[in-house]
Design a protein around this ligand. Sequence first.
Ligand SMILES: [Zn+2]
Length: 387
Amino acid sequence: MKTLHVVTLALVLGSVGSFGLFVLQGRLAEEPGGLIAARLPEAREPPPGAGAGEPGVQNEKQENPGETMSVSEQSKRVISRSAYDITPLSKERVAELASKLDEETYRITQRAGTEPPFCGMLLDNKKEGVYCCVVCGLPLFSSEHKFTSGTGWPSFYREFDRQHVSRKADRSHGMVRTEINCARCGAHLGHVFDDGPKPTGERHCLNSASLVFYEKGKDLPAESRPIKTETAYFAGGCFWGIEHYFQKGPGVIDAVSGYMQGRTEKPTYKEVCTKDTGHAETVKVVFDPTQISYRRLLEAFFVMHDPTQWNRQGPDVGSQYRSGIWYTSEEQRAAAEEFIRQLQDSGKVKGRIVTQLEKAETFWEAEEYHQDYIANTGRACHVKNPW
Ligand SMILES: [Zn+2]
């Protein structure tokens, strides 16, 4: 969930046979897993340029997405798993945006400066809303995660989206700290320490000057809004492998494992398996319709599973493993119906297609350990790579 999607753009996997060896990349644990800098006091005023250009040793996995891509892929658009365009801005574009900043904001965001404590405009802000980058507008933090740290700087225990804030080692002033920056424009934001509250234990120490606050309900500027996305739901047996490969689809923003079309609320994995709740293991696919079509997702879905098996997929038997498409619009319903008819008529599928086609009901997200299961565990998966 909600992690580095960028590497999916870089994936060009060869054909993967059953239980074949394949490379697992791109899906990183949601919780910040990297080393956090030693607990040291926030510096009052690093010299201009301090910390800039340091290699990222603290959280290599979460470095600026642009740095993990090859040159040929640099031009591709990078979308975060919360559906924001986080393609790194060019130096020229950053310079253009930064030229509009006042002197103090420029010093802090472009020269890794620090504002005096207890002076920032957003320190005591208790309103509900989102904190965006003052330079490029990307949402960076949410009021939901703000807490009073007593340090004199606005503090958050987590980012709005882990991919929106990059980290790098800052060894200035004889200390080892982790500097945080806007992942899209590189603006200096502050530092992150490991003395924050639960559930992350992190304290993101921010300069008010690096942020612009938008109260909930107010219109956001275009640069602070997510891209337009569409959602599709597919049930094709055990969700681990189906989620794994959907996440790799070009134009797929996020794939999430869960349960749908059952009779109970908030079902657990155990209930779905043992109590005949009627739910099907389902993968929610959030995608960018300008990059990938619903029909392409349908094609992938029918490569990944056997639509002729009734209430099972291979060794997994039970109605929770049934084949199903849960549509979210009349267009999706019509497209799926036509696709199934064409596939049946083509003769490529031996036997009758038993895939159910139903209007999507509530999607219940599966337990955390089911998310990114294949990527996190490195387990082999018999689902065929459809891309
Ligand atoms: Zn920014």
